[in-house]
Ligand binder design. Sequence first.
Ligand code: C2O
Ligand code: CU
Length: 479
Amino acid sequence: TGGTGGANTSEEGSAGALLASEAPLPDPFTVALPIPPVLKPVRGDGGTDYYEITQKAAKVEILPGLRTEIWGYDGIFPGPTLVSRRGRRTVVTHRNELPVPVVVHLHGGRTAPEHDGYPTDVIAPGGGKDYVYAMEQHAATLWYHDHRMDFTGPQVYRGLAGFHLIHDDAEEALGLPRGRRDIPLMILDRSFAADGSFRYPSLDPTLTKTPGVTGTYMSGVLGDCVLVNGAPWPVLDVSTVRYRFRLLNASNARRYRLRLDGGPGFTQIGSDQGLLAAPVEHESIEIAQAERFDVVVDFSGHRVGDEITLVNEHGSGGTAEVMRFRVTRQESDDRVVPDRLADVETLSAGAVTAEREFVFARGGAHAHGMSLWTVNGKPFDPETIVARPKLGATERWIIRAKNVEHPIHIHLAPFQVVGTDGDDDPGPFNHGWKDTVNLDNGGRAEILIRFDGYRGRYVFHCHNLEHEDMMMMANFEVV
Ligand code: C2O
Ligand code: CU
């Protein structure tokens, strides 16, 4: 399925230009699904666990027989999975052995501003930083990734992303699938040059076009090879029981519509910020960049020998398939999905003290003859604060997307979607507490958001990483 050196398609459901691979890609479902290793703390004391991560380049085998240089947390891609316990402070010491400045953001974390990975708060090459996380939040599937100003897209693309899970007692008491049946799945797309290296267009802002690609790259970079946990279209052997999969779309610009072809539906148990009040059934799941869907899949209706393919209904060719499950063992199931999962507070419209509107669109500002991606017509400026919510306040934000779809992420403050596209309901994929909301071109979301935890300056932005790098970001300051 090797490429021709460049194609220009904007696939349905995604914004961007497709970069075709020049290296031969493997047949799908021939590589075993890797599970990122869980990082062990270097030490712990009364209330804190301490971890160390070195960011460095490494050569790894992603495509069989070829070496790909990655930039990885501890030199692996995805990075090691961190597992925190609610109520235990987590300190992660990052050392930067890469040739470029880096910034670490814990996506979904309720983090003090000086540890949140502000885009200009860089660790220089050779330097280090202790990131301190209070972990006073519920069990959830978070992830950590690079957040360097103007260069988040290329740095995440080279491999700087990993899972950070939080567990708590309430969740553990539910009897959900656990251990080897609780599996994080980091889904993303990449494109490979003939020698196996990642293909990513130059981010030189004077270039609006990439040789061989006829669309402008600033719309977003789409690869033609789907990786799950760093492996191309992998396969996982399963038993005839329930599994919990923590779905993360860590792609730069691709959105997926996931469905289990020949298999059961998904029972959603959690969203970006943790468990839902009650499970929600889905035939398919629309997942934008940075969103997480925590799902249980029940293979008990299957027999040994069945194969179930996780497909992407927005894709075509190679991007229409994601991975495969192969039923290889008969087993009886001791795990359950209870009807009630968690007490989830509902934010009340009556508590709203301010209303704001933000339009994510192209235009309003230009650089090098290009129209930039902006928020309310303004490109990102670290010195400009567009909103000053009060600590503890609940606000209503109206978020609108124009030109193409935009997944919008707000740091620090989780929110609840109360309306979408003029309807008074969150829509099928916005249940529970969210930190990222997926908007179609022309879409509108109404959210209730509460600014708890810390005062200080934080960003919110589009999580199409090329849009983010092209200035689609703004500051709020909790006062
Ligand atoms: Cu996942 Cu500000 O990013
Ligand atoms: Cu965007």
